[in-house]
Ligand binder design. Structure first.
Ligand code: 5AD
Ligand code: SF4
Length: 441
């Protein structure tokens, strides 16, 4: 079959970085004259863009790949690739469990996917291609035009330069590489021509961004994006508490496009566990940072990631996380039960925490979260909020959704013609996860 009549289906697991990589890959494949299909049954090629951050994420992708390979058994022309973080972590070893794979491509080799597919099809290859990790990440792939989006995720880095004891990312995405400053600004300028008015700067440790050649750091980047006409809102994720400085805190005061919402992964409130995790900050220094942020933006939305049940976490350690939660009052949090990742430092720890204890700690934090998120969201009830309308809400006819500047999802009735515009919405109701209201005339 001729390569360019191939229909490709892509399924994405994991974080926003992976989801942006899949969007970029779709654009690269369309440019190379392949067809992208939304329905896997129509596809001749299935690509899974995978995540490795927790065991469950890998198990899901492995299960899906196994089912796709069964289909390959019946349809010999059907082909399957594993891309992304699991391909980066496991490489050729994946062939032991999934022997009939066609491609294994780590995240760093994203831009090579179209040519790898071409080679396999034109040579009618019957063995797997395992792509190498290139010396340097090809950041120009992110300059590829995507379908128009009101809110655009903009990668500013690849990989991670930290050494957190529990985390697989440096092994899946490699060491930290920074995207050239000019490439980021060029992409955002171009996106405004297609109607993008909000950007979310993405990186594993986004606030450690640096372009040494251009002598630009993360604050310089925020200031440059602030100057781009057509961009109305700026957000970033995820920063690391240790790379926050006064200049970055001050940005929340003097950059009016920078939204008052911060996702700051803290992981634990116990200084002992933070030290074992090699996070480089303390319970006290985080409280000080939040206090400084609230001094410039009193209503700033603060969300976080927390891990419960890290090896050796005692009841006392956990109480420190509970107390950090109560002291800060996160309006949103992702709470994860610790999952050992092979080859990480923490995976060899002996004092593992029983699943039942992890679950109980998880539930305790979830109930705190429920109360604090409702309390925060209720402060918007009875106010008018400026909402950037992003799309149709998944449930309910004629329902739209967007976000206010505080990153809260707002749901209301309206016509799809409004997608991509800013509108005022009067907030009538708050739940722990969203605000509901009506358009103001
Ligand atoms: N177990 C559980 N959660 C983890 N995370 C990263 N590694 C692990 C792990 N081994 C969480 C962290 C991180 C988020 C993306 O995933 O909280 O911030
Ligand atoms: Fe994203 Fe980390 Fe999962 Fe990779 S392992 S997809 S970087 S969350």
């Amino acid at each position: 079959m001729a390569p360019f009549s191939q229909k490709i289906w892509i399924k994405t697991y994991g974080c926003q970085m992976n989801s942006r990589d899949s969007d970029t890959l779709k654009a690269l494949l369309i440019q190379a004259r392949y067809l992208i299909v939304e329905n896997e049954k129509e596809a001749n090629i299935a690509l899974l863009n995978t995540c490795s951050v927790r065991d469950l994420a890998e198990l899901k992708a492995l299960g899906k790949a196994g089912r796709l390979l069964k289909r390959k058994g019946k349809e010999p022309n059907f082909r399957v690739g594993i891309l992304g973080c699991m391909a980066g972590r496991r490489g050729a070893e994946l062939l032991k469990v999934l022997p009939n794979l066609d491609w294994i491509v780590p995240p760093q080799a994203l831009s090579r996917v179209p040519s790898l597919i071409y080679e396999t099809l034109t040579q009618n290859k019957q063995t797997a291609t395992v792509a190498d990790v290139p010396q340097a990440f090809d950041f120009t792939c992110y300059e590829q035009k995507l379908s128009p989006k009101p809110v655009l995720f903009v990668p500013v880095q690849q990989g991670c330069g930290m050494n957190c004891s529990y985390c697989i990312v440096p092994k899946t995405r490699g060491h930290q590489q920074n995207r050239p400053f000019a490439s980021i600004v060029a992409e955002i300028r171009q996106a405004t021509q297609q109607g993008t008015c909000e950007v979310i700067l993405l990186g594993q440790i986004v606030n450690a961004y640096i372009d040494k050649d251009a002598k630009k750091n993360f604050v310089d980047l925020l200031e440059a994006v602030q100057e781009i006409d057509g961009i109305e809102r700026i957000r970033f994720m995820s920063p690391h508490p240790s790379f926050f400085n006064d200049a970055l805190v001050a940005c929340f005061e003097h950059l009016h496009k920078l939204c008052p919402a911060l996702h700051l992964p803290i992981q634990s409130g116990s200084n002992r566990i933070l030290k074992l995790m090699r996070r480089g900050y303390t319970h006290e220094s985080v409280l000080k940072l939040i206090k400084a942020l609230r001094a410039v933006e009193p209503k700033i939305s603060i969300s976080t990631d927390l891990i419960v049940g890290y090896p050796s976490e005692t009841e006392e350690d956990f109480e420190q996380t509970v107390s950090l939660f109560e002291e800060i009052g996160f309006d949103m949090a992702y709470i994860f039960k610790y999952s050992p990742r092979p080859t990480t430092e923490a995976a060899s720890a002996e004092e593992i925490i029983p699943e039942a204890v992890k679950e109980e700690r998880n539930q305790r934090l979830l109930s705190l979260l429920n109360a604090s998120s409702i309390a925060y969201n209720e402060t918007f009830v009875g106010t008018k909020q400026e909402v950037l309308i992003e799309g149709l809400a998944p449930h309910g006819e004629n329902k739209l959704f967007g976000r206010n500047r505080y990153n809260k999802k707002v749901i209301f009735n309206g016509s799809s013609a409004l997608i991509g515009s800013f509108k005022e919405v009067f907030i009538e109701k708050a739940t722990s996860s969203a605000l509901e209201g009506r358009l103001v005339d």
